[in-house]
Design a protein around this ligand. Structure first.
Ligand code: PBG
Length: 323
């Protein structure tokens, strides 16, 4: 694949990435897949120091800004410093910045959440009043619904930091994504998978997406080989539901779609991290209309009172939490 013209140096593709261990793993993974699909193509990583520190991220979320680190990587693409960027799709805003596209959504890894603890086997095994760490409103709402007695404490930082805080004894258990743990070699830390239909993941959890400029046809052509149609269909339904609820990764919204032949099934949930109220809905539709299915489930959730739960989820003092 040497005849494709790339904007900067012909034959070289530069991928912007954040510097966290999970972001670097995911970007290396995409780079390896790309090299395998296009022998001779030179793929380089452009690790970026983002200003997306947690304080800033939180204050931006509070005023309605979203995913600061995405903006940084997009700026790099606009400046011509990188051709594309790799993201966890669950952290990508429902509305992309104008002028950007997702040319590849990779085959989904494990979509489920993980219960991680050094002492207990699962949520139901926790003693009365146990302390569980997670800053995700979605995870907090589902924990509260199942175990109103638990003490939920904030837990931020990258996967490695969160595990270190568990090991330091700050929590009895924490909840993380299985996919992130598995990618970083921490499979053995998963004590229980929290899975559908009882427990639902974030929309698009476990899926990696590549972003590039929508006018960059050469980069889009290179990534076609990495796109997984089944995953794209499923996450489109999940993200359409979240979009219709005006969701982001800062609201207690969960969604999980599955494919069964030509049928697409979507389960959705909206909750309250404060009192554990949950509303659930699910529906089935044809695989060629994922957006319609997502919007339909969102409408059902709104009829069940999801709007009030979402509006009541933002903490007036600290702003919404980050997942
Ligand atoms: N918000 C951080 C984040 N973004 C994506 C993942 C996991 C990987 C994935 O969903 O693909 C994680 C860590 C976690 O939630 O435990």
């Amino acid at each position: 694949m040497t005849n494709i013209h790339l904007s900067a140096t012909p034959g070289v593709l530069r991928i912007a990435t954040r510097k966290s261990p999970l972001a670097l793993w995911q970007t290396e993974h995409v780079a390896d897949r790309l090299r395998a699909a296009h022998p001779g193509l030179v793929v380089e990583l452009v690790p970026m120091s983002t200003r997306g520190d947690e304080v800033l991220d939180r204050s931006l979320a509070a005023i309605g800004g979203k995913g600061l680190f995405l903006k940084e990587l997009e700026l790099a693409m606009l400046r011509g410093e990188a051709d594309c960027a790799v993201h966890s799709l669950k952290d990508v805003p429902m509305e992309l910045e104008p002028g950007f596209a997702l040319p590849a959504i990779l085959a989904r890894a494990d979509h489920a959440d993980a219960f991680v603890s050094n002492r207990f086997d699962g949520i139901d095994d926790l003693p009365q009043g146990a302390v569980v760490g997670t800053s995700s409103l979605r995870r907090q709402a589902q924990l509260r619904a199942r175990r109103p007695d638990l003490v939920l404490r904030d837990l931020r930082g990258n996967v490695n930091t969160r595990l270190a805080r568990l090991d330091a004894g700050d929590y009895d258990a924490i909840v993380l994504a299985c996919a992130g743990l598995q990618r970083l070699g921490f499979d053995a830390r998963i004590r229980a998978r929290l899975d559908a239909p009882d427990w639902l993941p974030a929309p698009a959890q476990g899926a990696i997406a590549v972003e590039c400029r929508s006018d960059d046809a050469a980069t889009q052509a290179l990534f076609a080989a990495l796109d997984d149609g089944a995953t794209r269909t499923r996450v489109e339904a999940e993200r359409a539901m979240n979009r219709a609820l005006h969701g982001s990764c800062h609201v207690p919204v969960a969604a999980f779609a599955t494919l069964d032949g030509a049928r697409l099934r979507l389960q959705g949930l909206v909750g309250s991290a404060r009192d554990g109220r949950l509303v659930r809905a699910d529906a089935e539709g044809p695989i060629d209309r994922p957006g319609t299915l997502g919007e339909g489930v969102a409408r059902e959730l709104l009829e069940l009172g999801a709007g009030e739960l979402i509006a009541g989820s933002a903490d007036p003092d600290t702003g919404p939490f980050v997942s």
